[in-house]
Write a protein that binds this ligand. Structure first.
Ligand code: A3P
Length: 285
């Protein structure tokens, strides 16, 4: 295993300055959630950065100045990362917050608020492919050069932030609550505008058609690939080896078809069906 993970209350996350015991304790126990907080929640590689861009644009009424001048991780910071406390504790409302934490690690103060959660899911086979590529370029992740060797890691609970299955099932316990919006990366690829309208409605943000058009234009795959404030190209090569790939990589739904053999897909589906037997995500992923 690559060095540098932190084990915390049932999950494994990258250490090496990203997460510390202190930052995880702050995020999961001390952070004071406010009624008007908006959480961008994902399992890694499910569209986190995309939602950071969309939320930034919605809250600037479609004006792209902020997304072109501030880094995505400053605009919509992670609570659990090492800068979570300093980035978020005294930030004026409404705060836009990112997290990969499983539901059971969300701080107790969340339960007494009307804070909104947007949970974006993605086809787990595509998440697996995306994370495989990301692990090859990111210095802090366990690597398997062969995709076939990465699949068992993905299916285990030793992957980042616990197993994909537990993450999704944990957050879906909120699915009938009015402060929870379930979206899918795969549907966003098909109909970005429709999803932006849905997000605005959920957040009570009234944007006119021109502002919505601007959100859609500036959060397109190509626009984000070109935006140095969101494409992670400024991260030093020792951390993200750009010779091995790009963070904003391919941006499609169904890329797993290019990686899984029929037998691997059958086995993955078998595990999926067993783990998710009480959950119907067929219209989403
Ligand atoms: P791929 O590796 O499949 O291309 P996260 O931000 O959660 O780490 O997710 C990263 C994934 O989202 C990558 O998937 C990346 O290319 C994709 N992505 C980022 N911005 C996107 C956009 N505007 N449209 C579609 N996909 C996007």
């Amino acid at each position: 295993m690559a060095a540098g993970y932190v084990e915390y209350e049932g999950i494994r996350v990258p250490g090496e300055g990203y997460h510390t015991l202190e930052s995880l304790t702050f995020a999961t126990k001390e952070f004071q959630v406010r009624d008007d907080d908006v959480f961008n929640v994902t399992f890694p590689k499910s569209g986190t950065t995309w939602m950071q861009e969309i939320l930034s644009l919605i809250y600037s009424n479609g004006d792209p100045t902020t997304i072109k001048t501030e880094f995505s991780w400053d605009r919509v910071p992670w609570i659990e990362q090492h800068r979570g406390r300093s980035d978020l504790e005294h930030r004026p409302s409404p705060r836009l917050i990112t997290t990969h934490l499983p539901r059971y690690l969300i701080p107790p103060s969340f339960n007494n608020t009307k804070a909104k959660v947007i949970y974006t899911i993605r086809n787990p086979k595509d998440v697996c492919v995306s994370l495989y590529h990301f692990s090859l370029m990111a210095s802090f992740l366990e690597k398997h050069e062969e995709f076939q060797d990465f699949i068992p890691l993905f299916l285990s609970n030793k992957i980042l932030f616990g197993s994909w299955f537990d993450h999704v099932k944990g957050w879906l316990t909120m699915k009938d609550q009015p402060n929870f919006l379930l979206l899918s990366y795969d549907n966003m690829v098909k109909d970005l505008r429709g999803n932006v309208v849905k997000i605005c409605k959920f957040l009570g943000k009234e944007l006119d058609d021109a502002a919505i058009d601007s959100v859609v234009e500036h959060s397109s795959f190509q626009a984000m690939k070109d935006n140095v404030m969101s494409n992670y190209s400024v991260v030093p090569n020792e951390i993200f080896d750009k010779a091995r790939g790009s963070f904003i990589r391919k941006g499609v739904s169904g890329d797993h078809k290019n990686y899984f053999t029929p037998a691997q897909e059958e086995e993955f589906d078998r595990i999926y069906n067993e783990s998710m037997k009480d959950v119907d995500l067929s219209t989403l992923i």
